[in-house]
Ligand binder design. Sequence first.
Ligand code: F6R
Length: 590
Amino acid sequence: MCGIFAVVNDKTNQASQTVLEGLKKLEYRGYDSWGIAIKSAASKLEVEKHVGKIGEAKTSLPEGSLAIGHTRWATHGGVTDANAHPHLDCTGKLAIIHNGIVENYLEFKEDLIKKGHKFSSETDTETVAHLIEEKIKRLPLEKAVFETFNLLVGSNAIGVIDMETETIIACRNGSPLAVGVDEANQQFFLGSDVTAFLKYTNSVHFLEDGEAVVMSRSGVKLYDVKSGKEKPLTLQKLDWKLEDAEKSGYPHFLLKEIMEQKETIAKTAALNETEIIKISESIRNGDKVVLLGCGTASYCALAGKYFLAQAGIESQAYGGYEFLPFSGFANDKTVVIAISQSGETADTLIAARAAKKAGARIVSIVNARGSTLERLSETVLSVGAGPEIAVVSTKAFTAQLATLYLLAKACANKYDEGKQRIKNFKEILDRWMNQDLTDRLIELAKNLIDQEHAYLIGKHLNYPAALEFALKIKETAYIHAEPFAAGELKHGVITLIQKGTPCFVLASNDDVKGEILSSAAELKARGGKIIGIAPFRSEEFEEAVQTPDLGELTVIPNIIVGQFLGYFLGVGRGADPDKPRNLAKSVTVK
Ligand code: F6R
């Protein structure tokens, strides 16, 4: 949550524009407010901050080549200009941006006020600026920043700009930071995520917890924050391209990323084979399996549980936020599969760390690169879907699901068969995700546009599919969409169905097809408007969207229908599909 961006030696001398552009790429991390601080020619730090999304915003800041910027997801202090970052110290020579929560900031604030520091915001972040200001009275800048950072409790990343030394210092503990070096132009960048500076360089160092960078006019140096000792800076070249972080002609990232699934799902068949086979061997040899994730990733975990059951493997699936009471049951015969697009979700990390402490082996299925989850895992299955910019997860989810499917097939000694079926997705989706499909879904969205409630049912693999489908509708279109296991209907839920209530029925050509159609009939008998999402026709369906018949993998196109529908409904209802209200892409706080 919150996006950090900074540039040193901006070659255009328009560092505020460069930062603004970078922040637009990071806005998915939070969009309550944004702000920039620049060292202007007048040798001053100039700050501009505004409430609201960056959108088409322009900045009126003066020229300069050293600047920091921030896009905020509010935690401490309301959504106001004053609470927007950057925050200045009392001298106005130092400004700070921050991602995370300083859990112990109140311990310091009172003392700082007594010492005469003037606070202009309600944030925890501003305390850090004044703490550094105090320490700088007796220490060099770097030491003052490191010492201050070492005092902070919680998951945090900070970026500090100092006018006098023309330096930007950044420290990481729990919240992501990457530094980019454009050797040719001697420009240096800092970002919560590499997409923000991919336009300038793909030469990157992902900071580890406890690391800091000092970015000066002459270069970037890496330090250990605790000891203050310099470390070698190792840069890696990423294979991500600029287009991956651009809309490429699509009106929204969400639509682009839905369409990219034509490639990304099939691509997973070419990844991680050796690791998958190895993990499947230990699972077959009796290791207990626990799947973890939050939100969409938790539905992926649940779907994984069904895939593994088909392979004869018993497993458990948890939302990361509910795992702790059970973490003590993990031991060195437990494989914990932690699923996360960002690899930075606080609850998933807490759960994975607890399992690791109990002796479990952590396997992560992640999409973003250089994440905290990757670092704490013994094995990483990187799903290679490329940067997912829209807040709502689509292509990362299906790539993770395909990877779990491959793991289940490997457990059943049928990896090659699974690999071929995943490979086939390219051709199948190319054929199915065409204009006819989107026209049909736009028409359906128009019919549903004024609905405030919808219900969904699915059985077995289509149950997690219904959960994910409903989440897409809720997140993107702000419609209350409630998913149920079809079997649950008669136990209470059916009271909610009235004449005309939209009821999505997700189904496959499987051995529970008859049962789900009976549930559809029961809903219909109570007046429900039945919308079938399935690879077959049925007279129970008043409306239908036909999906390709892919056996147990039919759930993937069934879910894609939900992604599209969420998108079209969201656009139709005037929501911003890339940045739904109140959400942030990386939920790095508990
Ligand atoms: C839904 C969505 C969220 C995330 C959840 C976990 O579209 O994006 O529910 O799935 O916040 O995020 P990651 O996968 O980054 O751990």
